[in-house]
Design a protein around this ligand. Structure first.
Ligand code: SF4
Length: 333
């Protein structure tokens, strides 16, 4: 189902003198490990498989690579993030080879959104190369598909990741609704940046689903957490240690703003954020400057508010709720 392309890998191995390499693989792609291992062993490169979950291209395991003396990292399933590399890194994006399951959904899409519509479309890296073909098929159903500009964290036009929906919100004034080819996770993320309808087209499940009512409920819960946060006396500001999640400037800005409001603030590091990790810490609330989706998807696991920087600005009266939700700045601030 996935294309595992090794083009360019031999040159990369030679140029970087790779004798040992750390291989990072997201959970869903782990069945591909033997293929990658075989390829490397045939070239006398020693692979070491990381057992980390590898959530995104933000999550480069430089520490693990150094710990095992690897000369480089091979990272599967994500496109290069716009961060500078501390260790040579080769990306194998693992795209879906067959556009069939996506194209078979064109009629379902047309039925769900209606004809004569203008839609913004975006896709995860796995489906990105079929985006233009999908747009052509929509055009045959009198649906005009547009794609906005590339985002700061996405190398491809039309690509979406959990924290970057620039290709959707940058053209939002021109469209009736948006279509995200991928999973519900990406649909919810896109829907946080626009109040217009967002549909998830999931070719693997053969389902199309509008996510706006779920996002409305989610935002009501976020509002409650913001209100609770206002009562926090001691606040922990989380700084991500994953290379693409280190936002020291944002953390310092949050600390300054909160201290001006009379709160006691400390910095804390976070790598994977597990359910018991915030236990027994002396804080009443947290600011999350690491992966924004921890606050969206994982808040329920924690008993205390875990606000995004944009939500802290709302709590402190520096942004208005109604101007922040359904805008690009909600996830990236
Ligand atoms: S959503 Fe989170 S895990 Fe995904 S790329 Fe962004 S920071 Fe990384």
């Amino acid at each position: 189902m996935y294309k595992i392309e090794f083009e360019g890998l031999d040159d990369w191995i030679q140029e970087n003198n790779i004798g040992r390499v750390l291989v990072q693989v997201p959970l869903g792609l782990r069945p591909q490990i033997p293929l990658v291992v075989k390829y490397l062993k045939e070239r006398n490169v020693e692979p070491i498989i990381s057992t980390g979950k590898c959530w995104g291209a933000c999550d480069l395991a430089y520490g693990e690579a150094r710990a095992v003396g690897a000369d480089g990292i091979i990272h599967l399933g994500h496109a290069k993030f716009t961060i500078s590399e501390e260790i040579p890194t080769f990306y194998i994006e693992c795209r879906i080879a067959n556009p069939g399951p996506l194209l078979e959904m064109v009629d379902m899409v047309s039925e769900a959104i209606g004809k004569e519509k203008v839609v913004g479309i975006g896709a995860t890296i796995q489906w990105i190369e079929h985006l233009d073909l999908f747009a052509e098929k929509l055009k045959e159903r009198s649906i005009t598909a547009l794609t906005g500009k590339r985002g700061p964290r996405t190398p491809y036009r039309g690509q979406v990741i959990g924290c970057d929906y620039t290709c959707i919100w940058s053209i939002i004034d021109k469209v009736d609704c948006s279509l995200i080819i991928g999973s519900i996770f990406h649909g919810i993320g896109a829907s946080l940046t626009t109040s217009k309808p967002v549909y998830v087209v999931d070719p693997e499940l053969r389902k199309i689903r509008e996510v706006n009512s779920e996002v409305e409920e989610l935002l009501k819960r976020r509002y409650t957490w913001i209100e609770l946060f206002k009562n926090s006396r001691r606040v922990g500001v989380l700084i991500g240690v994953k290379p693409g999640q280190r936002k020291i400037d944002s953390a310092i800005r949050m600390k300054n703003i909160l201290e001006d409001r009379g709160k006691e603030v400390d910095f804390l590091t976070v790598d994977e954020l597990n359910v018991d990790q915030l236990d027994n810490l002396p804080y009443d609330g947290y600011v999350n400057t690491a992966c924004p989706r921890l606050s969206i998807e994982d808040q329920i696991k924690f008993r205390l508010p875990l606000l995004l920087p944009s939500e802290v600005l709302i709590a402190c009266g520096k942004l208005k709720w109604e101007n922040t939700i359904y805008s690009a700045r909600y996830l990236i601030s």
